[in-house]
Write a protein that binds this ligand. Structure first.
Ligand SMILES: Cc1cc2nc3c(=O)[nH]c(=O)nc-3n(C[C@H](O)[C@H](O)[C@H](O)COP(=O)(O)O)c2cc1C
Length: 145
């Protein structure tokens, strides 16, 4: 059994942490990319009509491009993302719903503009059926993982 590092990053910060961490521990890595990638306008959260706001308010699914091969081979999965609206972005929930997490331990990690980790782990738990456990940590660098 082995470890997989997955991440979604809209602006590059979480990507840097995820890549450095995966390299350090020698884990496989999977980037969670929305089928329709976010443009700069899409994530302008100060605009009430921006895509990110609409998705958040309507609790929309955000389909993910591609699937993880041999998902059954992993017993520990890291999921990295930026904090959006005090929690994981909707695309992470859609990603979670797409797999059977039975027997897996999930370590979520997030970067943020200042918010804490809040109830990120509890909220994510609702979307990762069967996971043994889910914890979440706010990080500023891969060294904190
Ligand atoms: C749509 C959106 C919502 C955000 N909401 C929050 C928030 O609630 N709290 C916070 O501290 N930062 C928030 N941020 C800032 C990001 O969490 C922060 O810049 C993060 O490090 C970006 O990671 P990335 O470069 O991997 O996308 C938000 C950013 C966006 C684009």
């Amino acid at each position: 059994m082995s470890t997989l590092v997955t991440y979604f990053s809209a602006e590059g910060t979480t990507a840097m942490v995820a890549k450095e961490f995966a390299e350090r521990i020698g884990a496989d890595i999977f980037e969670i990319v929305p089928e329709e990638p976010y443009t700069e306008a899409d994530i302008k959260w100060t605009n009430p009509l921006a895509r990110c706001n609409k998705e958040q308010i309507a609790k929309k699914d955000v389909p993910v491009r591609g699937t993880i091969e041999n998902f059954d081979n992993y017993d520990t999965v890291y999921i990295g993302f930026p904090i959006w609206y005090g929690q994981a972005p909707r695309v992470i929930y859609t990603f979670g719903k797409g797999y059977d997490w039975s027997g897996k331990t999930i370590h979520a990690f997030a970067t943020s503009g200042g918010s804490g980790i809040g109830k990120t782990a509890e909220k994510l738990s609702e979307y990762v059926t069967g996971a043994i456990s889910v914890d979440a940590k706010l990080v500023h660098s891969a060294a904190e993982l």
